[in-house]
Design a protein around this ligand. Structure first.
Ligand code: SF4
Ligand code: SF4
Length: 481
């Protein structure tokens, strides 16, 4: 938008000094985004609808009785695709997290902020739920601006109250959705049936989250992407001139004489005018209030609204669509095609390595995790010709079945193991941890070194090995004087 105090030749640079959503005084400039319509808006509606359905359906899906996804932080139980993970699997989470970060990085280097525009829950809820409610209650951009300016008459009170009530209801629903991923649907249902008086703390936390969602979607809005989201702030270091983002084709749009308003029957080519007819429709639809013609900006969430808006204008004036489109700076400047850069190839290799490591770790993850830890401060004892060491054992049953297991030393074969209170056999309930003390006895004649590595095997009732653990057995000193 033109600033009358700035010379013409500097008009297009003023955006660098100002936030698109703040007045010069720092006061919030509310964004009244025009309702997007067009090919991309339709695609985004479909993608958002699918993702929203999945988001609401996932907590109800069970695999072998296990929730598809559950992040029960309070009880430290996690289910991903129905598989149970305990805190002892934290390393898998850490590797999974690193893989996700690399994946997003690779994607960003190549395709820019495609995640923000199409998949990010903030964008989906903001643009496809809350903004749609706003359009439904208050109408499109011009009606919203008019309503905002008018006094608090009955129409404004009615519309605002209706909108805020709907926002509050949806925020409460989102809060419940979040809880269904943390507590599980069964627990949530129980809490709802019992009522707030039975679990006042959980109910208060639910209300706090509802208020937070209301604050974010009713008021804070695009500022989450601009000021809070770390991913948005990383764009400056992730994207380069080959990154494909939503971009304005400045070569075509500006021509040699710059953009200019549309004049019927004028030969724009002849006077060097670009294809941009300076209609500002791309700015009017932008939910973050920016002008895409200023180039890549931190605020752009790649929502595609400006593509649709510009395409509609181009078609109306008989010019080719695609003045704003998915393209890299180099593609626009040098009129080249998309290419894989060395950085992209390097990131992709790292990503494949991490995915392979993650997948293989998942496959080799045993259903029963075992640990035999030497008890600190204890020493071997002698029983006739046997040397005895003590260990603390931990078994974690990561399955949904009760397991009957037995334990024996695989190496050295002459060694014997006893779980105090169990002997060599024990049962362990589903998702339970069993801890206790074990003794290992080895004939002195079989100990070649003071510190001997031993291997303990865990077997199920069908004789199948479910896990093994290597630990050290410390016997008498073998140093001779
Ligand atoms: S510039 Fe275009 S793609 Fe970026 S946020 Fe605004 S409307 Fe969406
Ligand atoms: S919508 Fe297209 S033609 Fe209109 S101002 Fe934006 S870039 Fe120019």
């Amino acid at each position: 938008m033109a600033d009358n105090n700035v010379p013409d030749n500097e008009q297009h640079e003023t955006f660098r000094e100002n936030l698109s959503t703040a007045e010069g005084s720092g006061k919030r400039k509310w964004v009244f985004a025009k309702k997007p319509k067009g090919k991309f808006a339709r695609y985004r509606d479909i993608v958002s609808a699918i993702l929203l359905v999945l988001l609401f359906v996932f907590p109800f899906i069970r695999i072998n009785g296990n929730p598809l996804f559950l992040f029960d932080i309070l009880n430290r139980q996690f289910y991903i695709f129905g598989a149970y993970f305990s805190p002892s699997d934290f390393y898998l989470f850490a590797i999974g997290l690193v893989t996700t970060i690399v994946f997003i990085t690779v994607f960003t280097v190549i395709y820019g902020r495609i995640f923000c525009g199409w998949i990010c829950p903030q964008t989906i809820f903001m643009e496809n739920v809350f903004r749609k409610i706003e359009y439904l209650v208050e109408g499109d951009r011009n009606k919203q601006i008019r309503l905002d300016k008018q006094g608090w008459d009955s129409e404004k009170v009615r519309k605002r109250l209706l909108k805020w009530t709907l926002f509050a209801v949806v925020s409460f629903v989102i809060s419940n959705l979040l809880f269904s991923y943390v507590l599980g649907t069964d627990e949530l249902k129980k809490l709802i049936l019992e009522g707030p008086s039975e679990s006042p703390t959980i109910f208060i936390v639910l209300l706090i989250f509802s208020a937070l969602f209301y604050f974010v979607f009713a008021w804070f809005r695009e500022q989450v992407c601009t000021f809070v989201c770390p991913y948005g702030r990383l764009q400056g270091v992730l994207i380069d001139k080959d990154t494909v983002n939503i971009a304005y084709d400045f070569v075509r749009g500006e021509g040699t004489a710059g953009r200019a308003k549309w004049r019927k029957n004028e030969d724009r080519n002849a006077v060097g005018k670009g294809d941009c007819i300076d209609c500002d429709q791309c700015v009017a639809v932008c939910p973050t209030g920016i002008d895409i013609r200023n180039g890549s900006q931190l605020e752009c969430v790649n929502c595609t609204a400006c593509i649709d808006a510009c395409d509609e204008v181009m078609i109306k004036v008989g010019l080719p669509a695609g003045l704003i489109r998915y393209a890299s700076e180099n593609m626009l400047e040098k009129r080249t095609k998309f290419k894989f850069t060395p950085r992209v190839i390097a990131y992709t290799v790292v990503l494949f390595v991490l995915i392979s490591v993650c997948t293989s770790l998942l496959f080799i993850r045993s259903n029963v995790e075992t640990k035999f830890l030497k008890i600190v401060g204890t020493q071997f004892t002698l029983e006739n010709d046997l040397v005895v060491d003590e260990y603390q054992y931990i078994f974690i049953n990561k399955t949904t079945e009760k397991k009957k297991l037995n334990v024996r030393v695989l190496h050295p074969e002459s060694a014997e193991i006893f779980l105090i209170g169990h002997g060599t056999e024990f049962t362990i309930d589903s998702k339970q941890t069993l801890k206790g003390t074990a003794t290992v006895k080895i004939p002195q004649s079989d100990l070649k070194k003071t510190k001997e590595e031993i291997t303990i095997g865990i077997f199920d009732d069908k004789g199948q090995k479910v896990d093994e653990y290597k630990t050290n057995f410390i016997g008498p000193s073998k140093v001779r004087f």
